[in-house]
Each structure stands twice: as C-alpha cells, then as structure tokens.
Design a protein around this ligand. Structure first.
Ligand SMILES: C[S@@+](CC[C@H](N)C(=O)[O-])C[C@H]1O[C@@H](n2cnc3c(N)ncnc32)[C@H](O)[C@@H]1O
Length: 218
C-alpha cells in the first residue's frame, strides 16, 4: 500500500511536469535565495538538493558557484533540469532516487543540504525521521540543512482526502502539513538554528523555512 501511494505520487509528478515544463518558474525561490546567501557566506561549497524538480533553485545555486548534486524521483523534472543546466555540467550531478530509500551517498559527503517542499510530500512522520537522519549522515559535522515544509496554518490543511498523520490529498498530491512539534522532532542530532514562516504563490502556500546545523558528535 505504501509503495503504491509512492508510485502513484511519482506518476502524478511525471504527468504534471510533462504538462508544465516551467511549473514553478525559473527564478530562485525565497528560501533558495536565502540558502545561496547562507551557504556562500559560510563557505559551504558542495550541496545536496533533495527534490530539485525542474531546477528553479538548482540553476541559481550553480550560477553562484556552488557544486550541486540534484536528487529527485521524477524523470520529467530531472530532464528539464538537465536542459536548463547544460552550461554547468562540471558543477552538477543528477541522481534519480526515491527518498523512501536510504540516500545513495557515503557518510559526510556534503557541506550543505537544501530541500524546498520535498519534506512536506507524502512521507509519514517515521519516514521523515529516517530521511532527516539520512541527511544528517551524509552531511559533514558542522554541515547545514535548509528545508521548507507547508505547515498547519496553510489553507489546504484539513482539506481533501485524509491520509492520516496530518497528510491530505489535494489536486492529486498528498501533502504532509508540519506543526512546530514535528520540526523539533526532526532536529534530533542537529542544532536548530532558525524556523521562519513565509508565504509562497497565490494561494498562498504557508511554509516553515528551517535551518539546522549537524552537531559535531557522531
Ligand atoms: C513541490 S515539488 C518542489 C520542487 C522544487 N524543489 C521546487 O521548489 O521547484 C516536490 C519535488 O519532490 C519530488 N519528490 C516527491 N516525493 C519524492 C520522493 N519520495 N523521492 C524523491 N523525490 C520526491 C517531486 O518529484 C518534486 O520534484
């Protein structure tokens, strides 16, 4: 059942990206611009992006001189990203992977991780805990994770089919709406540096932008 939901969701992303080659546009999002500024100021060079989609934040990161490994489970999203990023081949790695599985990277292989609106997809709380710990594993000590997630103040919270665990399906996508308690739970093994609410788009989507640093203790 869990595998079926994941595959249904992946296919929905494939169709949606196929029909919308520029679904989120091509300019950096607000958290994308924030992450570029933060990573550059801290001298963090190697970035793992989880759920890169069509690359609206990946390309600005490459333009800023960062080395990015972009991961997503959608062929269509990654195809568009490759088209947009042809001039940055030497700085870009592209990996097709479902984050329900352990991340396919060695321990301590990245300076930073960035993820805009992947954490709030169909993943359960237990799966999010595993993902965050996997992210911690592949970050070097002192490495920084910036992620965003729609929260329970969002207009779509509680609307549509109820998948349990604060997850609701709307427009074919299952969204996990975060409360502040979940943000704190996912910070195990990290220093929680900052949690900033922000809005995106016309609905507007209401999100948390979370910044945390991998604690030095392994
Ligand atoms: C809301 S979109 C955000 C895309 C991009 N970060 C942006 O802001 O433009 C979520 C992305 O996560 C990807 N995704 C969702 N669930 C995934 C999973 N289990 N494994 C890998 N990627 C996933 C989708 O394919 C999609 O590209």
């Amino acid at each position: 059942m869990k595998e079926k939901i994941s595959e249904d969701q992946r296919l929905h992303w494939e169709r949606t990206y196929h029909e919308n080659p520029s679904m989120y546009g091509s300019s950096a999002s607000e958290p994308g611009a924030y992450a570029i500024d933060l990573f550059s100021r801290l001298g963090l060079k190697t970035v793992l992006e989880l759920g890169s989609g069509q690359g609206r934040d990946t390309v600005p990161m490459l333009e800023a001189g960062l080395d990015v490994t972009a991961l997503d489970y959608s062929d269509e999203g990654l195809r568009e990203l490759r088209l947009r990023a042809t001039r940055f081949e030497h700085q870009l790695g592209v990996v097709k992977h479902d984050v329900h599985e352990p991340l396919p990277f060695p321990d301590e292989s990245f300076d930073a991780c960035y993820s805009h609106m992947l954490f709030n997809m169909a993943l359960s709380t237990e799966e999010l805990i595993s993902l965050t710990q996997e992210t911690r594993r592949v970050l070097r000590p002192g490495g920084v994770l910036v992620y965003t997630a729609r929260h329970t103040g969002d207009a779509h919270y509680g609307v549509g089919a109820d998948f349990g665990d604060n997850r609701f399906e709307n427009g074919g996508f299952v969204v996990h709406f975060f409360d502040r308690d979940l943000v704190d739970r996912l910070a195990d093994g990290f220093e929680l540096d900052d949690v900033t609410p922000f809005n995106e788009g016309e609905l507007p989507r209401k999100l948390f932008r979370v910044t945390m640093t991998r604690s030095p203790i392994t």
